[in-house]
Design a protein around this ligand. Sequence first.
Ligand code: 13P
Length: 250
Amino acid sequence: MRQKIVAANWKLNKTLSEGIELVKFLQLKVNEYDKVIKIICPTFPLLYPIGQVLNKEKNFYLGAQNCSAFEKGAYTGEVSASILKSVHCDYVIIGHSERRSIFNESEEILKRKLERALNENIKAIYCVGEELEQRKNRLQFDVVEKQLENIFSLNNEQLSQIIIAYEPIWAIGTGVNASPKEAQEMHRFIREIIAKKDTNIANAIPVLYGGSCNAGNASQLFSQKDIDGGLIGSASLKGEEFIQIIYAAS
Ligand code: 13P
């Protein structure tokens, strides 16, 4: 049985006080027997203070939304994986579609980011997913397979530090989620691709669903055989809703 994981991607939302209030609310609602891994991914300046209030005994962990492809040096505005590690970050999201499209992050850059994170023992939540036009042309499997090439060059030890998030771009922030059947089909496919490299890792690797996942659809999505939880955007900003998503994974 793979462990369930629910990650909150706050994107460019939540001030420090709002973030702390939300985390405290969630931690009050979850008991110490809750086995779901909860990963909170705030903006960079909030990482350290939010990390200070996260309760690992209740399986709350800290994640960043991005990291630099550079190790250190004269790169104004960048945040390196080693700096993330120094503020006790356990996870980092890499390759989110918003980074790929708005900030032009190429596969090559994402590969370097993955390596930086893994070198620091930070687990990477690697995002893949197709555009609507690509799905209409039945290219979704080709697109995702291509995006997965980056993790193919990793060795097995590194690969076991990866979480995959399947986030169809047409479902992100639109209110239109992939149906449980569509999501399951892609998650199964992702596992099959990874099995070509190593079947044990393919069976063990967590594959999360993201894209308009909310309190209403989470339990149906999470009950699919190959869906191990979710990467949640807007529904993770509201305590009452996000707690329902955590319960749906429990
Ligand atoms: P929404 O849940 O707002 O659709 O966003 C999903 C997402 O991009 C999480 O990374």
